[in-house]
Every structure is written in structure tokens, then in C-alpha cells.
Design a protein around this ligand. Structure first.
Ligand code: PEP
Ligand code: MG
Length: 573
């Protein structure tokens, strides 16, 4: 008998495959006295051999798929595993205390970690993180719960997890991962956003995926409607195969629009651009007819590694994006770390409310070395294309002025060093905190452009955590409160002759599109895979009709009223 669960449709498409459940292993160690040290030594040798085999496999794959730098991390782990000093101390501990070897591994490793962490030398301090990772792997083998390595999958699966971190998602191998479903998360959690970039169908926030789905169950993930069907019947599989084929056929029809301009039936043009997280994403932007990059989330450059990226590494990434985009606009957002995007190596203290905490521009203005390094890399890359820079999470005009002053200072420094910097870089900001939306008239005088970040603007306006599926019902893009803020921002910018884009997920939403068009939005930045659908919708709309609907929409009291009205009036199915 099949069963089904419901979640939030986070990334379009249909996937049908076997479930692969990702459980975080429980590595709690108990101390036990043992009578035979030799048995413990053998267990250690086996766990070391198994860990070495894992790491060799991961390293080889990293080398093939990601690059030498990632592979070097695993080489460092292999070195720890063959360190005679560490191994002999573990064995001595067993011999002296007659305890289980996992307890010895944990205790000895802890001593090593503390020793390395206390060193002045940055390189040595990083070794502590290597020892911690390797210890986890060895303990997992000793406890019979080997760590799961997503990069080593070799058959088609649907990942089932409580949650996926953005770096887990970035590691997913599209060749084998057909789709995923999680217990928690919303449409704008970063794993959902990455799923759309990678074009992997996903249903998140089901509340019960890990409870209801067993490893190896056959599963259908319907990323169009948010259903997950567990152990479907032959008929259900046939029905979904047909839906899958229809979806592919539609994609082929849309592909014909890749080289067309983005305009309404009555000739009003807007720009349809894409959100990216890495230089490799540009290929999909171009294939999907993106007219620019509306948001390059640079934080992914900083994630999944052990240290901050250097100025040169960043320069190469920015230059690659600018060159590939061939003079089309590229809006790069400066580092927006925090919230659900963590950087363990910065060792920031744990916060009660990370989305309201020390993050993004707050951190950059405080840790100016990090900020200045990024700005230097960006400004050096500016001569390779059409770069625009924007700052995230601006709450006060003071923050914008300060960030801009740092940028201008870095520019002057580069020019003094005789480095070439473009003179036509627009400097803008994200409007994603209600205070800046309400003060948009003041900001509009000082910025070159706004980009409205509705993912955060909605979460902060409605006081509803974007990651929490229990309050997802409050996550309402069409709520008149949000629409009024968006209207105010657009009007304020227009008065000052500035343009406004939107790079939150709302920009790619079919119901929101006619409203945003009527309000006068200039640029819509979305997942690359939504661009052609949006272009085809735009072709069927008229700017006059969209503008004429605004007074009615703005007078409504609820998001549901707005949605029903727009669906009916603009024929959104
Ligand atoms: C937003 O907040 O709308 C946005 C685009 O930024 P992020 O999703 O990265 O927070
Ligand atoms: Mg944001």
C-alpha cells in the first residue's frame, strides 16, 4: 500500500527513485572496562583501515569533481590517520587503563585538539579541525555507524533527511541524486534555493519524511505540488511518469524563448536575471536566457572549506563570472554570512536568534579585514565586465554610508597601487529589513539601485522564521503588508530616478509577477530555471492591465484575497 505526505514544493520537477535516508549518527561514547587489550587493538586497526579506505575514495572523487584544494583537505585527514604518535598514544591508553578503544580514541584526540587549538600559528590551529573530523570518522566505524558520504553515491536515489545544510546540498551529485525531501525548511531556506539552482526536484518541510520513509523505499517526489508518495503502486508510477514527461515537454517549449527579450504583449520591457551561488551556475543562466545576474550570493565561496578564501581566489571567481556574462550586468552581493549560512572556522559564538544577530554587513563592518579583502577582489575584477555591487542586510543609512565609504577607500588604495578599477560600478543595497523599506525615500537619494530581498523582508515583517515550517503559513508574499512595502520602495526609487530589482524568491513567483509588473519593478531576479517560464507568462500580460489592477489589489485585506483575485484576473493556474 502506498502512502503519501505533504510538504512545501521547493524545487520543480518530478523524481522517482529509491530512498536514501541520511541520519546523523549518534556518536556518544561510554567508558567500558575491557579484559583483552588485543581485541581493542584489532578493532582500532580495522576502524583505521576502513577510515583510510573511505577517505581515499572521497579524495579521489573530490579531485575529479571539485578540484585539488578540496582534495587536499582529505589528504590532511589521511595524514592524521597514519600519525604514529597519535596511534601509539591511543594504544598506550588502552594498555594502561584497560578501557574500550573508542574511549581511548576520544580522550587522546581531545588532548591533541586542545594542544593544537592553543597554538599561535593559524596553520597548526587548522590541524585541530582535521583531528576532530578524523576522530568522528574513526569513532563512527568503531560504533558501527559509518558516516555517510554524499559525494560517493553510485546509484540513483532520493535523499531523505531531517534537514540538509547548504554545504550538504552543494555536494549533491546530480548524476545520482534525483530529488530530496526533508522534515524541516521552507521555500526560501538555502537548501531549497540551491536545489532550484541544481535543478533537483525537492519537497521540504514535510515534518515527517524521516519518520515515514525507510531506507530503500521507492519514493516519488513531486516538486511541483509538494507531494511525496511512498511505495507507490504501478498506476501511481505511470501517472507520475506522464506528469514528468509533460513537465519536460513544457521545458522544451519554453526553451524557444531563450533569446527573446522580456516584454509584455503591449511592449513593456523588464529585465529577467538570475540568482547564482557560484561561477559554474553561469552556464545555466545563459542556457535559460538570463539577461544578467541579479544576485551573486558570494557566501558560498566561503563555505565548505576551512579558511577564508584569499583575495586572489575571490578575484578569480568574480572575474570568471564577469567574463562569462560578457558585459551583461552582474550584481555581486558582499558577504552575507549568518542565519542558516554558517562559517564554522570564524568561530562565532552561538546565538539565540541567528537571523537577527551578528551577520552580513554587521559582521563585515566589524571585521573589516574580511570585508576589505572581498572588496579588493571585486574591484580588481571590475574591469572584466559590467559589475554592480550591493550590500546585504542594511538597516540604517549609517550602515550604507559606512559600507560605501569602505568601498571607496579600498578603491583609492588600489588606484594608488596603480591597479585598474572600473569607474562605472553602480553601488546599491538590498532592501530586506523593514526599517530600510520604510526609509526607502531617504536611501533612494544615496544609492544607485535597490534590490528587494523578499526572503528576509517577509520573515522580518511577519516575524516568521523562514526556516520554520510550523510558521510557514505566515510566510505570505502576497500579504498586503508586504505589497505596500514593495510599492513604497519602488515609488521612492522612481522619484529619484533610480531603478529597482527584486532578488527574493517572490520575483520568480507566478502570482506575484503581474503585481510586481503593475507596481513598476524594473528587474526580476530568480532561479535560472524559472526565467523562461516567467518570460512566457510576461508575453501574455499587458502592462496596462497590470497597472489598472493595482488599486484593487492594494485595497485588499488578506493574502488569500490577493491570490484569488490575481489568479482569476491574470489567468494563473
Ligand atoms: C533575500 O533575503 O530575499 C535574499 C535574496 O537573500 P538571501 O535569500 O540570501 O537571504
Ligand atoms: Mg537575505
Amino acid at each position: 500500500m502506498s502512502s503519501s505526505i505533504q510538504g512545501i514544493a521547493a524545487s520543480a520537477g518530478i523524481a522517482i527513485a529509491k530512498a536514501f535516508t541520511l541520519q546523523v549518527p549518534n556518536l556518544t561514547i561510554e567508558k567500558r572496562l575491557t579484559s583483552d587489550d588485543a581485541v581493542e587493538y584489532t578493532r582500532l586497526d580495522n576502524a583505521l583501515a576502513a577510515s583510510i579506505a573511505d577517505l581515499e575514495k572521497i579524495k579521489a572523487r573530490a579531485l575529479r569533481k571539485i578540484g585539488e584544494e578540496q582534495a587536499a583537505i582529505f589528504q590532511a585527514h589521511l595524514l592524521v590517520l597514519s600519525d604514529p604518535e597519535w596511534i601509539s598514544q591511543v594504544k598506550d591508553y588502552v594498555a594502561n587503563e584497560h578501557v574500550n578503544v573508542e574511549f581511548a580514541v576520544q580522550t587522546v584526540s581531545q588532548t591533541f585538539i586542545e594542544l593544537f587549538e592553543a597554538m599561535d600559528n593559524e596553520y597548526m590551529r587548522e590541524r585541530a579541525a582535521d583531528i576532530r573530523d578524523v576522530t568522528k570518522r574513526v569513532l563512527a566505524h568503531l560504533l558501527g555507524q559509518p558516516l555517510i558520504d554524499l559525494t560517493a553515491l553510485d546509484e540513483e536515489v532520493i535523499i531523505v533527511a531531517e534537514d540538509l545544510t547548504p554545504s550538504d546540498t552543494a555536494q549533491l551529485n546530480k548524476e545520482f541524486v534525483q530529488g530530496f525531501t526533508t522534515d524541516i525548511g521552507g521555500r526560501t531556506s538555502h537548501s531549497a534555493i540551491l536545489a532550484r539552482t541544481l535543478e533537483i526536484p525537492a519537497v521540504v518541510g514535510t515534518n515527517e519524511a524521516t519518520r515515514s520513509i525507510h531506507h530503500g523505499d521507492k519514493v516519488i517526489v513531486d516538486g511541483l505540488e509538494g507531494h511525496v508518495i511512498i511505495n507507490p503502486s504501478e498506476q501511481e508510477i505511470a501517472k507520475y511518469r506522464e506528469k514528468q514527461a509533460q513537465y519536460s515537454a513544457q521545458a522544451v517549449a519554453w526553451a524557444a524563448l531563450a533569446h527573446e527579450v522580456s516584454q509584455t504583449a503591449d511592449g513593456h520591457q523588464v529585465e529577467l536575471t538570475a540568482n547564482i551561488g557560484a561561477p559554474d551556475d553561469v552556464a545555466s543562466v545563459l542556457a535559460n536566457g538570463g539577461e544578467g545576474i541579479g544576485l551573486y550570493r558570494t557566501e558560498f565561496l566561503y563555505m565548505g572549506r576551512k579558511t577564508l578564501p584569499t583575495e586572489d581566489e575571490q578575484f578569480e571567481a568574480y572575474k570568471a563570472v564577469l567574463e562569462k556574462m560578457e558585459n551583461k550586468p552582474v550584481i555581486v552581493r558582499t558577504l552575507d554570512i549568518g542565519g542558516d549560512k554558517e562559517l564554522p572556522y570564524l568561530r562565532l559564538p552561538h546565538e539565540m536568534n541567528p537571523f537577527l544577530g551578528y551577520r552580513a554587513i554587521r559582521l563585515c563592518l566589524d571585521e573589516q579585514t574580511i570585508f576589505r579583502t572581498q572588496l579588493r577582489a571585486l574591484l580588481r575584477a571590475s574591469v572584466y565586465g559590467n559589475l554592480k555591487i550591493m550590500f546585504p542586510m542594511i538597516a540604517t543609512i549609517h550602515e550604507f554610508r559606512e559600507a560605501k565609504a569602505v568601498l571607496l577607500d579600498v578603491k583609492a588604495e588600489l588606484q594608488q597601487q596603480r591597479m585598474e578599477v572600473s569607474d562605472t560600478i553602480d553601488i546599491g543595497m538590498m532592501v530586506e529589513i523593514p526599517s530600510s523599506a520604510v526609509m526607502a525615500d531617504v536611501f533612494a537619494k544615496e544609492v544607485d539601485f535597490f534590490s528587494i530581498g523578499t526572503n528576509d523582508l517577509i520573515q522580518y515583517t511577519m516575524a516568521a522564521d523562514r526556516m520554520n515550517e510550523r510558521v510557514a503559513y505566515l510566510y505570505q508574499p502576497y500579504n498586503p503588508a508586504i505589497l505596500k512595502l514593495v510599492q513604497f520602495v519602488i515609488n521612492a526609487a522612481q522619484k529619484e530616478g533610480k531603478w529597482v530589482g527584486m532578488c527574493g524568491e517572490m520575483a520568480g513567483d507566478e502570482v506575484a509577477l503581474p503585481i510586481l509588473l503593475g507596481l513598476g519593478l524594473d528587474e526580476f531576479s530568480m532561479s535560472a530555471t524559472s526565467i523562461l517560464r516567467a518570460r512566457s507568462q510576461l508575453k501574455r500580460l499587458s502592462i496596462q492591465q497590470a497597472q489598472a489592477a493595482i488599486p484593487d489589489i492594494m485595497a485588499m485585506a488578506t493574502a488569500a484575497d490577493v491570490e484569488a483575485y490575481v489568479r482569476e484576473k491574470f489567468n494563473v493556474l
